[in-house]
Write a new protein. Structure first.
Length: 178
């Protein structure tokens, strides 16, 4: 009778007919292996998942730097005054339609120009083609609006801050953005 149950993983005792059932479940080795794989995946995947917001914020910081640089270069290339208006969620660009000789110095705390300075690649996050918008962070500025003249100089020294990143400084005399 012992040979009859040997193929099923059961045993017969010599003293009686006590039968042991086949073992069900996972072995300790299998459980430890699965736990090790889960830990490795968690260590590799979690930083990537939690860092997504930081990446979005960095993209928005770079967009703000790019739009400021674009405004300055457009003022020089078109030989016009370009205006930058900064709000907490967007940077808006306008340009003077008139040559600089016929424009009184527009420097001040507002943007007097109505002609939109369209971005080369419109921001999908904004409705207007002359804006770049932020959603994952906020923008603050030492001036709500400032202009670049046809030589690329800024109307005032401006510090633009995108929350969580170093301040972006626009030099007044040169218009240099860093």
């Amino acid at each position: 009778m012992n040979s009859r149950y040997a193929h099923r993983g059961c045993r017969h005792s010599i003293t009686g007919s006590t039968m042991l059932r086949p073992a069900r479940g996972f072995t300790l080795t299998e459980l430890i292996t699965v736990m090790a794989i889960v830990v490795i995946l968690a260590v590799v995947a979690m930083p990537n998942l939690t860092g997504m917001n930081v990446v979005k914020q960095r993209v928005e910081y770079d967009k703000v730097v790019s739009v400021l640089t674009y405004a300055r270069k457009s003022a020089i290339a078109r030989r016009r005054y370009a205006c930058v208006a900064v709000s907490s969620t967007a940077v808006t660009l306008t340009i003077d339609g008139n040559p600089p000789e016929s424009t009184t110095t527009p420097f001040g705390s507002s943007c007097p120009f109505v002609t939109a300075l369209a971005l080369p690649s419109p921001d999908a996050a904004c409705a207007a083609t002359n804006q770049t918008c932020v959603k994952a962070t906020t923008i603050t500025s030492s001036a709500s609006a400032f202009q670049f003249d046809p030589l690329g100089r800024a109307s005032t020294v401006v510090t633009v801050t995108v929350a969580g990143f170093p301040a972006i400084k626009v030099e007044g005399e040169t218009g240099y953005i860093h």
